[in-house]
Design a protein around this ligand. Structure first.
Ligand code: F6P
Length: 324
């Protein structure tokens, strides 16, 4: 392998820049050149490659977002789109790929590497922490820290006004952000897709909070929860339970930005390093990840085909107990 192409794809996540830096510097250290591919799969199709050197990744370890930009690209899902991408990649002298992103990113390189003879490695980067093959994905820890900072602030005003807040967090179909931040932020209830909660059960819990003389209450709702989002839930709860003045906060995209935490920077650095080492050792079609404190790699199709369930039962139980 003489030249590795690195790209980010799907939703951006804090830690992606730290990971790009690690890929670039590990490759250069091993006398391998690196091209940055701009805007993910779209950049392959549009011929957007930039030469990376040690200095092009200076001072980016602390930056959120991705210096290579990202996009969701429908053209790459077509045979013609992938052919264009392959021709451009070959012409640019790129003979291996490292893709940082989520499920869609992995599916893209999986199909691509079956059609064309090009080694590929995937690195899990998404705030959702919903990928099989790694205990944690890049950006999850930072996003959780952002959310608890917001919950703490909401708690100040909720407690001052004796209010009930419904706070909706991201995660797509995963309740990882909701459960972790609900526990860390001392939420009175957490609603998430992996564990259905009926509105009547939620109301029972809220009545319990009132009986326990709680003057403010925070309910964290994962955006993928079956009850239809924070506004809808607040409306339904209000019809049967009117003890508190009720407010809704949707945290939205602020969860995606910001300087990566120390954990995400180190994880990104380790995964970038191991992705390049795998390629140079002749491996392909693997996803690198963290298992305990060890770096592991799994076949890419295994990561795509398995649903990650990362909600530890003890955490669900303790979230109830600590809310009394
Ligand atoms: O996958 C990351 C994520 O932020 C999800 O939590 C969320 O559902 C989605 O992306 C939002 O996507 P977009 O930025 O395209 O609106």
């Amino acid at each position: 392998i003489k030249r590795i192409g690195v790209f980010t794809s799907g939703g951006d996540a804090p830690g992606m820049n730290a990971c790009i830096r690690s890929v670039v510097r590990t490759a250069l250290y091993n006398n391998t050149q690196v091209s940055g591919i701009l805007q993910g799969y779209q950049g392959m199709i549009d011929n957007q490659f930039i030469e990376m050197n040690s200095r092009s990744v200076s001072n980016i370890i602390q930056l959120g977002g991705t210096i290579l930009k990202t996009a969701r690209c429908s053209e790459f899902r077509t045979v013609e789109g992938r052919k264009k991408a392959y021709d451009n990649i070959k012409a640019a002298g790129i003979d291996a790929l490292v893709g940082i992103g989520g499920d869609g990113t992995f599916t893209g390189i999986e199909v691509f590497s079956r059609e064309y003879d090009i080694p590929v490695i995937g690195i899990p980067g998404t705030i959702d922490n919903d990928l099989y093959g790694s205990d944690f994905t890049l950006g999850f820890d930072t996003a959780c820290n952002t959310v608890i900072e917001a919950i703490d602030k909401i708690r100040d005003t909720a407690a001052s006004h004796d209010r009930l807040f419904f706070v909706e967090v991201m995660g797509r179909d995963s309740g990882c952000i909701a459960l972790n931040t609900g526990i860390a932020g001392g939420a009175e209830a957490i609603l998430m897709p992996e564990k259905e909660t009926a509105i009547d059960d939620l109301i029972e819990r809220l009545e319990g909070a009132v009986a326990g003389k709680k003057t403010s209450t925070i309910v964290i709702i994962a955006e993928g929860d079956q009850n239809g989002g924070a506004y809808n839930i607040a409306k339904h709860v209000k019809t049967k339970f009117d003890f508190y003045d009720t407010k809704v906060t949707i945290l939205g995209h602020l969860q995606r930005g910001g300087s990566p935490s120390s954990f995400d920077r180190v994880l990104a650095s380790r995964l970038g390093f191991s992705a390049v080492n795998l390629l140079l050792a002749g491996e392909t079609r693997r996803v690198v990840g963290l298992k305990g404190n060890e770096i592991q790699h799994v076949p890419i199709e295994e990561s795509i085909n398995n649903k990650a369930f990362k909600l530890a039962p003890d955490m669900i139980e303790l979230s109830h107990i600590l809310a009394i």
